[in-house]
Ligand binder design. Structure first.
Ligand SMILES: [Zn+2]
Length: 900
């Protein structure tokens, strides 16, 4: 899956080196070997994985599903479906009870059949809180093969989970409906009775009975299409053995792009009518990344065809259903001529991410949700490799620094969690889809890959996939494979990063005797850190005269001394920026680095600023020192370095007393102004796409955070020009123009943007104008935006993000929070759970002591649980913001009153 976020996490650099391509193993021979090995051992294997018997959230293992024959008849207009499933099961121990998952389904009838056709009806008992159904039989079943026949009914819901409805307006303005699925983590049980845990892998044979005017797509190719009582009956080929959360079906008036072929695989994109012209870019990266992964993994694509479908209503970013990947429209459909670099990158990332899952996740799956990182960190890491190989000029690994920084910031909380973390209830599984699983996971994999070498790493991955194909695996299985390839003990190195929370800050200082002293301790923003110790792979660059020396050190103690040459001038710790830790340089080293910024790679400058800012928030560096440091970057040209600088200024904007805000705005102008002037407003011939994005970043900051009237006037002029001739303005500049005009806009502008949102030509344009509605400053306009999240004008897939965006707007936070409090019951009822969780992320921007008190009181008194540690993390982030304001508010003002 890919999480939908408001802001994209950004970019990266380092070529993989030559991929030595091993001959592809034929999947048929692999499948035969693996089946022979697992079919016979299934019972035993499952028993080894057995959770403790008293865990109410895990199914017992005495009956195991082997094959589902599923027949579903959805009624799109009536928002309902009728289904029949025949499940071939293996009974391991004699029993008169069968327990499986079922939620919000009416089970009408259940019968057990033996091989000879003997039938025995079962009595049915539903346990809604545990989302289970228990069948009881008069005659116990002997060990062996049985068939379970179940008839059931369900609702096509509007909650974007399970089997649900999505609607859109067609060209004539009338509402059309389609039905789609989203099963991860635990919602297959809302569509059909099943053993809904990832290690109950089985084969699925799906039949959909639909209106003949509609099309249907599922995980595998169509086997046959026939007519029955005026309905179209679409039967699909048997899938490979896979987990329930990967099953999918989409039914509606949908159109496919012209197919491309990757080896034997046919690849197509699907959209609702009228959007097929937006599929080209997505199809290119889908094709390129599928080829890339076949080579990298050395295993052919495991499905029999690959469809990528854009769904108008979709809760997350995308979902890796085998052979039928579903996306929200912004993550798949795009017009490369009008999109920004960031929007194109988002599509490339998400498509590559989902394709990577076809092996990592679908072919080999984590045994249980605690190991979700095995799926998601890998897909995130592989997405970078694939996009970097496809568009090296995007320097994707540089921008990955922004993703790493996002993980470092959550992982610097006391309320963080280890990457691998116990999961029991479904809501805890859902809470695992966060920055720690994805971005921290991918960061530590990158660190390991760089430490043991890309080729060795890839060989280990290949062995892991081959060993566990069509099965499930745990973290230790991955370490075994990687350790074998690397010929070293990977667990010693990696367990600290995966099984303990947090990460270290390395303090680095050069002694008089030219010894580099590295000391590690856990980094936290708030004081009283708990202990922690890591094996840290450190890459150093030591500069002496015109000689540069790179050294790799594995820090295995609390502190380490590295002898440096007598004439050492400069030491860069975390050279190349791959390490998942912070560096706090002593004053002498820091001073030298700041005087030699042009010798640092962009990712190293990024880390320098990012670590300095984190040290400031944590109280390790005085705020004035940081504000002085920002003055060294007025000639900076890297967009990621600017992103972190601007983010730190935006943080100050949240804590500053409103009466002093003009001082901060003036300060922003002194910092951002010179860089903006030198980049200019007009793209230069031959400049990179990254420069276009930098320009947008700078102008946006100057117009809003800097409240610069000249920039605002120019933005309005340029926007007017672009409205007449869209080709006259670089698409990369558009987000900044729209954001500035919202910031300065009145009711007329608000109406204009609302209209643009409703009539947008592409999903990206729609999204841009939608989010602009949260960027206005007048309370009456922001109130209108909030109202739209409840009256259906804003789709449920976007509404929670809009509420969060209003709370993150310093001019809207009070009324945004009031809205959440007042409407909590309605929002809780209306939004999908993951949407509600993302909405609550907006509370981290409520950095005022009185708001913080109110927020805590509200969540305490209602005993609200957002799953996992989510709420604790939001509250701690809020605490950090408020305590920063209490500590530094005054010194910030003094500094800004003319002391810089
Ligand atoms: Zn994913």
């Amino acid at each position: 899956m890919v999480i939908e976020r408001r802001e994209t996490l950004r970019r990266l650099a380092k070529s993989l080196g030559l991929l030595l391509v091993a001959p592809l193993i034929t999947l048929r021979s692999l499948q035969a070997t693996v089946h022979a090995a697992t079919e016979t051992a299934d019972g035993e294997h499952m028993n080894q994985l057995s959770p403790t018997a008293d865990d109410p959230f895990r199914l017992p293992r005495h009956v195991l599903p082997v094959r589902y024959e599923l027949r579903l008849e959805p009624d799109l207009a009536g928002a309902a479906f009728h289904g029949h499933v025949t499940i071939a099961v293996t009974v391991v121990h004699p029993t008169d009870v069968i327990i499986f998952n079922s939620l919000e389904l009416t089970i009408e009838n259940a019968v057990v059949e033996d091989a000879a056709g003997g039938r025995q009806p079962a009595s049915i008992a539903l346990d809604e809180p545990l989302q289970r159904c228990r069948l009881t039989l008069a005659q116990p079943l002997a060990p062996g093969q049985w068939r379970l026949q179940i008839e059931f009914r369900g609702t096509l819901n509007d909650k974007l989970r399970g089997f649900y409805r999505s609607t859109y307006k067609d060209r004539n303005g009338s509402t059309q409906t389609l039905a789609a699925t989203q099963f991860e983590a635990t919602d297959a049980r809302r569509a059909f009775p099943c053993w809904d845990e990832p290690d109950f892998k089985a084969v699925f044979s799906t039949t959909l009975v639909i209106d003949p005017a509609l099309s249907a797509v599922s995980n595998s190719a169509v086997l046959s299409e026939t007519q029955e009582r005026g309905q179209k009956v679409v039967r699909f080929v048997d899938t490979m053995k896979m987990s329930t959360y990967l099953v999918a079906f989409v039914i509606g008036r949908i159109e496919a792009s012209a197919p491309t072929a990757v080896g034997k695989t046919t690849l197509r994109l699907w959209t609702v009518p009228g959007k097929k012209h937006l599929t080209g870019f997505g199809q290119d990266i889908a094709t390129a990344s599928l080829q890339f992964f076949e080579r990298y993994y050395g295993i052919p694509y495991p499905g029999d065809k690959l469809d990528l479908l854009a769904i108008p209503d979709f809760a997350s970013g995308a979902m890796e259903n085998l052979g039928a990947i579903t996306f929200r429209e912004t993550a798949l459909l795009v017009d490369p001529h009008s999109a920004t670099h960031g929007e194109l990158e988002r599509v490339a990332d998400v498509v590559a991410h989902e394709n990577a899952h076809m092996w990592f996740g679908d072919l080999v799956t984590m045994s249980w949700w605690n190991g979700l990182w095995l799926n998601e960190a890998f897909a995130t890491f592989m997405e970078m490799l694939a996009v970097d190989a496809w568009k090296p000029e995007w320097k994707r690994w540089n921008t990955f620094g922004v993703s790493r920084a996002a993980a470092l910031s959550v992982d610097g909380l006391h309320s963080t969690r280890p990457i691998e973390y116990p999961v029991r209830a479904p809501k805890d599984a859902e809470a695992m889809f966060d920055v720690l699983t994805y971005e921290k996971g991918a960061s530590v994999l990158r660190m390991l890959e760089q430490h043991i070498g890309p080729t060795v790493f890839r060989d280990g991955i290949r062995e892991y996939l081959l060993t566990h194909a069509y099965g499930n695996a745990d973290t230790k299985d991955l370490w075994i494979s990687l350790g074998r390839a690397a010929r070293q003990g990977v667990p010693d190195l990696m367990d600290g990063w995966i099984f303990q929370p947090g990460y270290p800050v390395l303090t680095a200082e050069l002694t008089e005797r030219m010894e580099l002293v590295l000391t590690q301790q856990r980094f936290t923003y708030l004081p009283n850190p708990t202990a922690g110790f890591w094996q840290v792979p450190v890459q150093l660059r030591i500069q002496t005269g015109d000689k540069t020396d790179t050294r790799r050190v594995l820090l295995t103690r609390t502190d380490e001394r590295v002898a440096c040459p007598a004439e050492t001038q400069l030491v860069v710790v975390n050279e190349g920026g791959h390490g998942f830790y912070r560096v706090h340089y002593g004053p002498r080293l820091l001073q030298r680095l700041l005087e030699s910024l042009d010798t640092l790679a962009p990712i190293e400058r990024f880390n320098l600023v990012n670590d300095a800012w984190a040290a400031t928030v944590a109280g390790l560096m005085p705020l004035p020192a940081y504000l002085d440091l920002t003055g060294r970057f007025t000639t900076e040209r890297d967009k990621n370095v600017w992103a972190v600088l601007i983010d730190s200024l935006a943080f100050l904007n949240r804590i500053i007393d409103p009466s002093h805000r003009p001082l901060l705005e003036a300060f922003v102008r002194t910092r951002v102004g010179p860089a903006t002037a030198s980049v200019g407003w007009t793209p230069q011939p031959g400049e990179s796409e990254l420069t276009g994005q930098l320009r947008s970043e700078l102008i946006g900051a100057l117009g809003r955070l800097g409240n610069d009237s000249e920039t605002q006037a120019r933005a309005a002029e340029l926007y007017a020009t672009a409205r007449k001739d869209s080709a006259a303005v670089d698409p990369n500049l558009f987000p900044a123009l729209v954001a500035i005009l919202a910031f300065t806009g009145n009711a007329a502008r608000y109406d204009e943007f609302t209209e643009r949102f409703k009539t947008a030509a592409t999903p990206q344009e729609e999204r841009r104008y939608l989010f602009a509605l949260a960027m206005f400053r007048q309370p009456t306009l922001l109130d209108r935006t909030l109202a739209k999240t409840l009256d259906g004008e804003i789709r449920i897939q976007d509404a929670p993000f809009m509420v969060s965006a209003v709370m993150s707007n310093v001019y809207g936070r009070d009324l945004g929070w009031r809205f959440v409090k007042t409407n909590w019951e309605v929002l809780d009822q209306r939004f999908p759970k993951q949407g509600l969780r993302r909405m609550c992320g907006g509370i981290t921007g409520l950095c005022k002591p009185e708001l913080e008190r109110d927020v805590r009181q509200f969540f305490d008194s209602r005993k609200i649980d957002l799953g996992g540690k989510t709420l604790d993390q939001y509250l701690e982030q809020l605490r950090i913001g408020v305590s920063f304001g209490e500590r530094y508010g005054r010194s910030l003002t003094e500094y800004l009153q003319g002391r810089y």
